[in-house]
Design a protein around this ligand. Structure first.
Ligand SMILES: [Zn+2]
Length: 214
């Protein structure tokens, strides 16, 4: 079977799995456990309603999860087989995505587990830059902006998780006064952590749309 889960689907399911196991470990009341399970299964089916019956059957093996860590590990290991990795771009592709930037530190793709990335982003602390690569309708896109080196605890606009965030600003169009309009968002300074917290593409797309809007 072909991979059918995006990395963010995997992280969503991982959280649901941990929630279920945690409930089984900490709650004694049977009806409460049943309620939590029912709600989790509903949420999963809704979030992954685009899957085929066969694919959904693999995901719904989550129904076997109780308090056993071994079961959790086994389930997640199996899910991982069906995760679609971030498609490794060519060097020319990356340069084209950041056409306005002269100095780009190329990611060392060989050392990166691409199954962990829904988008790929890295910082160039010397230039206070963040480079974000992502696919939109299968086309590679780049977004470069300034990332402050000052990290504080807050909510990230991309993954909606609480983590170490920094102000990310993107230069927009020049306005009437000859000044650049800039748009700022607090996002995870560490984009590996951001990917692990991203559970739906909707948040990421909304961020991109907001930043790119004229
Ligand atoms: Zn984030």
């Amino acid at each position: 079977m072909h991979p059918f889960l995006e990395p963010y689907n995997y992280y969503f399911l991982r959280e649901q799995t941990q929630l279920l196991a945690q409930t089984h470990r900490s709650v004694n009341d049977r009806s409460t456990i049943q309620a939590v399970r029912g709600l989790a299964f509903e949420t999963i089916k809704e979030e992954l309603s685009h899957l085929t019956q066969e694919e959904l059957a693999i995901v719904m093996a989550i129904e076997k999860i109780t308090d056993s860590q071994r079961e959790v590990d086994r389930y997640l290991e199996n899910l991982r087989l069906f995760v679609r990795p971030f498609k490794q771009p060519s060097e020319a592709g990356v340069k084209k995505a950041f056409a306005k930037t002269k100095k780009i530190q190329m990611p060392d793709w060989e050392t990166i587990d691409l199954k962990e990335y829904s988008f790929y982003a890295w910082n160039d602390p010397g230039q206070q830059s963040k480079f974000i690569l992502y696919y939109q309708n299968a086309k590679l896109q780049g977004l470069q902006g300034t990332i402050s080196n000052e990290v504080k605890k807050g909510i990230c606009t991309i993954c909606h998780g609480t983590s170490g965030v920094s102000l990310f600003t993107v230069k927009g169009k020049v306005n009437k006064d000859g000044q650049y309009k800039t748009k700022g968002n607090y996002i995870c300074y560490n984009s590996e952590a951001c990917n692990r917290q991203l559970q739906t593409r909707t948040h990421f797309d909304a961020f991109i749309e907001q930043v790119k809007a004229k």
